[in-house]
Write a protein that binds this ligand. Structure first.
Ligand code: ARG
Length: 567
């Protein structure tokens, strides 16, 4: 299926060409005056200067030769030289019906499918997951689903922080007490204790650093303890991520690239990129036109131990085996400098081949009402599990109050709605921006929220349940303005999706779905669907509802959540 915008662009391009207007200006956009037009083209304005003609005159010429075929009405010129486009009602019904017959809802597969590695999640093993990790998981999962729907081959790699100082802290604490057997609960206690102690107790810190070093250099006893810590932690991580509907294809971590570090470093030295500076091994990554100074990328500390950048570089080496076209990192934007250094170093030293694109997508922080990163009531770091529990208990109360689901389903329904509230609340903001977390606002069933979309879905399902006539895919030309708006919103899905996929922007999917849900609810208020006496009209309404439901359900799946049957 060719999307509406692609079809319109082609028609406009032909008209520009026949009117002798440079075709680079022949592009349509969604109209910003929906009461006047469905789409518009502003190209006459842009062409005015090079053509030394008034935009109105150019617009008139284009309108004169424009052939909308059975897709749209003759162009209307407006204002200083806008071209307004209105789709024919029959075309709308035809496009929507075609979409309803298409397994991909009109989304065409990528012309150049890419192999993409998505680095997201990034939890640190044996440290509690906190809300910074939450954003990476939520955004990354959605970007993964969007890219896959667009036809790319994507692997999600969790890239665990499993090789650092926190491991040395835990191992040293266990060593002191004679390596007793330990549980996950023990680990959750040991890490914060050891971390606090190391800040005061220099000797302990030194021993923990030495333990880290020994672990990284293959000490078999430490390696065995590390394995036990990993087994417990990874099982726990899997539980946590599955509560979030987040899953990874690769459960790799920093530890997996340990063996690649030494040869990589040797090569960087031999090639003359890495050199000693004050005992540390560094690679210069500054560039001539840098506005602010970019400090060198540090490869080894003076004690010879590897750093965060070292494992990220070795990981890029490891990832070459999969031949990615692109590696995308969904990480807190405060790590921007780190990634600038790593990317430059990787390209300069040949760790990452020239043709592989490295793309850092930094996200902002989730803040509390005070505008500071979200904290617990006591002012501590908010644990992810605590946050999810808080949301779930809030939602269970709401669901019980409403009494719309059976008592035994209340918890599961609350979990589903809570996840939608949380994820939509996050994803509806442009990822790079900070946002304020507000449970009341996110969980509200009206307004631009996840639960609002779920209500809309549940409403459609319940109408469809009550209908017992034939169910087809054919829609009739719209009979009312609200039906027309709904249909128009539906046929825009492929173009809105393409834009979101191009920019890896879940917030654009959110904005589209919110608009669609509003149009559906407008139609629902206006039209008595099941009371429609004409069976043919009624069947058309049902087809329209089914398509709306499919797009909404596909849309929320792209965002990483689902809808309950009732709520
Ligand atoms: N573990 C890191 C953190 O908690 C995030 C890892 C991000 N990915 C990466 N390749 N560096 O900050």
């Amino acid at each position: 299926m060719t999307s509406i915008e692609i079809q319109l662009n082609e028609k406009i391009r032909q008209a520009f060409e026949s009117a002798g207007v440079p075709t680079e200006h022949a592009a349509v956009t969604v109209s910003d005056r929906p009461e006047l037009a469905d789409y518009q083209c502003n190209g006459a304005m842009a062409a005015a200067r090079p053509m030394k003609m008034s935009p109105r005159e150019i617009a008139a010429r284009v309108a004169e030769v424009f052939d909308g075929g059975d897709l749209c009405d003759p162009l209307e010129t407006a204002g200083p030289g806008f071209l307004n486009i209105r789709l024919k009602d029959t075309a709308l019904a035809r496009c929507a019906s075609d979409m309803a017959r298409d397994a991909q809802l009109g989304v065409a597969p990528a012309v150049h499918p890419q192999r993409i590695i998505l680095d997201y999640g990034g939890p640190n093993v044996a440290k509690p997951l906190h809300i910074g990790h939450l954003r990476s998981a939520i955004i990354g999962e959605s970007v993964k689903r969007i890219l896959r729907y667009a036809g790319h081959e994507v692997v999600g790699d969790i890239h665990m922080g499993d090789w650092g100082y926190q491991m040395g802290l835990i191992i040293e604490s266990l060593r002191e007490t004679g390596f007793p057997p330990f549980s996950l609960a023990d680990l959750e206690r040991i890490y914060p204790e050891a971390s606090a102690r190391a800040k005061e107790d220099d000797a302990f810190r030194e021993r923990a650093l030495a333990a880290t070093h020994a672990l990284q250099n293959g000490d078999p006893a430490y390696r065995a303890v590390w394995r036990q810590i990993m087994d417990l932690s990874v099982a726990d991580l899997k539980r946590n991520y599955s509560r979030l509907n987040v899953d990874f294809d690769w459960w790799k971590g920093e530890s997996d690239v340990q063996d690649l570090i030494e040869p990589m470093v040797e090569k960087m030295k031999a090639d003359g990129y890495a050199y000693l500076d004050d005992g540390a091994l560094i690679v210069d990554v500054s560039e001539e036109d840098d506005k602010k100074e970019i400090p060198p990328c540090m490869i080894l500390k003076s004690d010879g131990s590897a750093l965060y950048a070292t494992t990220d570089l070795a990981t890029l080496l490891d990832r070459r085996d999969w031949h990615p076209d692109k590696v995308v990192y969904i990480v807190d934007k405060r790590q921007g400098l780190h990634f600038t250094q790593v990317f430059r170093c990787a390209k300069k030293t040949g760790v990452s081949p020239e043709e592989t694109e490295l793309d850092f997508r930094g996200f902002g922080t989730m803040n509390g009402p005070d505008g500071q990163p979200y904290k617990t009531r006591e002012g501590g770091v908010m644990r992810l599990s605590a946050l999810i529990d808080e949301i779930n208990s809030y939602m269970v109360d709401r669901v019980r109050e409403n009494e719309t689901v059976a008592a035994e389903d209340a918890e599961e329904t609350a979990r589903i709605i809570g996840l939608a509230a949380l994820k939509y609340g996050d994803l509806s903001n442009q990822a790079s921006k900070d946002y304020v977390f507000s449970l009341e606002r996110f969980a509200s069933s009206d307004g631009n929220t996840g639960p609002y979309l779920l209500y809309t879905i549940v409403r459609i399902k319940s109408i469809l349940d009550k209908y017992d006539g034939v169910c087809g895919t054919d829609m009739n030309a719209p009979g009312t303005p609200s039906e027309r708006e709904l249909m128009l919103s539906l046929v825009r899905f492929p173009d809105a999706f393409a834009d979101a996929a191009d920019q890896m922007a879940p917030h654009k999917v959110c904005a589209y779905l919110y608009d669609l849900a509003n149009h559906f609810n407008g139609f629902y208020r206006d039209v008595k669907i099941l009371a429609e006496p004409d069976p043919d009209r009624k069947a058309g309404y049902i087809a329209l509802l089914k398509l709306t439901l499919r797009v909404l359900e596909q849309g929320i799946d792209l965002l990483g959540f689902e809808a309950p049957d009732r709520m």
